[in-house]
Design a protein around this ligand. Structure first.
Ligand code: SF4
Length: 369
C-alpha cells in the first residue's frame, strides 16, 4: 500500500511502520509549525468522533491525514476517559468501513491479513474460515451473525463484501479500543493543552446531552448503579449482551421513556440496526400484548449485570425499587431543604410583610420611586 492508501487505513501495522520510519520524531510533529495541518485534523478527528461520525475532510495531502491518526490517539490518551475511548474507536472503525464498502477486493483481503483474518475472494463476496468468522462476529449481537445461521462448507463461511467489511470494522474497533489509552508523557499533553481543552468541552457537552436529552420527568440521577453502567456502556458504543440490553430497555420503558427514546440510546452501538432495534424495543414495550418488567436483582446478578452495588442496593430486591426509593429519598431531601430555606426567609422578613400588610408594601414602593 502506498502513503495515500495507508492514510485511509492508518490503524494498519504497515501505516504504523511507515510513520515510525519518517524523519521527524513525534516531539517535532506535536510542536512544529510544519505539522499544524496534521494536528488540526487530529483534533477534528476526535471531535467528530465524539459527535458520532468522522468525516472525510479531503485535504488532498496524504501525510497530514496519515499523521492525524497517531496524534488523535495521543489526544484521546491525554484525556483518558473510557466513554471517549469507546466512542473514538467506534467512529474510526465506522469511518474505515465507509471506505471499505467501495474498496477493491484485494485491498480488503490485505486489511484482513493484518488482523489475522484469512479470507479469499469468492464468486459473491468472500470466503472465510469459520474460526476467523466466529472471532470476528463475537462482538455482534444480531441473530444473523450467529454461526448457526450461516451455511458452512468444508469449514468455510461465504459472506458478502458488505458483511466482510463489517467484520473488519469490528476487528478495527477492538484493535483501537484495546490499545487506548497509550502511556503518553506529560509533556506531549502539555504541548497540546489548547486542543485538549477544546475536546474536553465537546465531550462534556455530549455527556450532558445524554444525561438530559428526552428524559422528561425521568430522573437519571436516581438510576440504580447497574443501569447507569449499562446505559453509559451502550452510549459509549459497547455491544451489550442480550440479557443486558433487555434489562436496560425494560427498565427505561418501565420508568416512562418512549420506544423512540430508547431506540435512540442504542444508536451508537456498533451493530445498531434501527429497524431491528425498533422491533425489539417495541416488543418489550408490549406491542404483542405482553409488556415486560426488568429482571430482579437476583437475575441481574446471575447474568453478570449487577454493577457497583451501593448502600441502597442492600435494602431492595429490584432495580425499579431502587429507582423509586432513591427518588423518594431525593424528594424528601429537597422538601427538607425547601422547609429549611422557608424558615430562614420567614425569620429574615418583617412580620408585617409576611402577613400581607399592603400599606407597608405600598409605602416602600413609593419611597423607592
Ligand atoms: S443490587 Fe440490584 S439495583 Fe443494585 S446494582 Fe445490583 S442489580 Fe442493580
Amino acid at each position: 500500500m502506498d502513503e495515500a492508501r495507508l492514510s485511509e487505513y492508518p490503524f494498519l501495522t504497515k501505516a504504523a511502520e511507515y510513520v515510525a520510519g519518517m524523519d521527524s520524531t513525534i516531539d517535532e510533529i506535536l510542536v512544529s509549525r510544519g505539522y499544524g495541518m496534521a494536528r488540526s485534523r487530529a483534533k477534528s478527528r476526535v471531535i467528530q468522533a465524539i459527535k458520532g461520525e468522522i468525516r472525510n475532510e479531503n485535504m488532498g495531502l496524504d501525510t497530514p491525514e496519515l499523521l492525524s491518526y497517531p496524534i488523535a490517539r495521543i489526544l484521546v490518551s491525554c484525556i483518558d476517559d473510557a466513554f471517549l475511548v469507546r466512542r473514538y474507536a467506534l467512529a474510526e472503525a465506522k469511518f474505515a468501513n465507509s471506505r471499505m464498502g467501495k474498496e477493491d477486493d484485494n485491498i480488503l483481503t490485505e486489511i484482513g491479513r493484518d488482523f489475522n483474518i484469512n479470507a479469499s475472494i469468492a464468486e459473491k463476496g468472500f470466503r472465510i474460515h469459520f474460526t476467523d468468522y466466529i472471532r470476528g462476529a463475537a462482538g455482534m449481537r444480531a441473530l444473523k451473525w450467529k454461526l448457526v445461521n450461516r451455511t458452512l462448507e468444508s469449514g468455510y463461511v461465504n459472506i458478502t463484501k458488505e458483511q466482510y467489511a463489517r467484520l473488519l470494522q469490528e476487528a478495527i474497533r477492538v484493535r483501537i479500543i484495546k490499545a487506548l489509552p497509550l502511556d503518553v508523557p506529560d509533556m506531549f499533553c502539555q504541548s497540546m493543552a489548547g486542543d485538549i481543552k477544546e475536546i474536553r468541552t465537546c465531550l462534556e457537552e455530549i455527556k450532558k446531552e445524554f444525561d438530559e436529552e428526552g428524559f422528561g420527568e425521568v430522573e437519571p440521577g436516581d438510576f440504580p448503579p447497574c443501569i447507569v453502567h449499562l446505559l453509559s456502556s451502550a452510549q459509549g458504543g459497547v455491544n451489550l449482551a442480550h440479557s443486558a440490553r433487555f434489562a436496560l430497555t425494560s427498565f427505561l420503558l418501565n420508568i416512562g421513556l418512549s420506544v423512540d427514546q430508547v431506540v435512540q440510546m442504542f444508536n451508537v452501538s456498533p451493530d445498531f440496526n434501527e429497524e431491528m432495534t425498533n422491533y425489539q424495543v417495541d416488543h418489550i414495550a408490549g406491542s404483542t400484548g405482553t409488556s415486560y418488567k426488568p429482571p430482579s436483582c437476583t437475575t441481574m446478578i446471575t447474568y453478570g449485570n449487577c454493577y457497583n452495588k451501593d448502600e441502597i442496593c442492600r435494602t431492595i430486591g429490584h432495580p425499579l425499587s431502587y429507582y423509586r426509593k432513591k427518588k423518594k429519598i431525593q424528594q424528601e431531601k429537597l422538601a427538607e431543604i425547601a422547609k429549611h430555606e422557608g424558615k430562614i426567609r420567614e425569620s429574615s422578613v418583617p412580620k408585617s410583610t409576611i402577613h400581607g400588610n399592603s400599606s407597608v408594601k405600598r409605602r416602600d414602593t413609593k419611597n423607592k420611586g
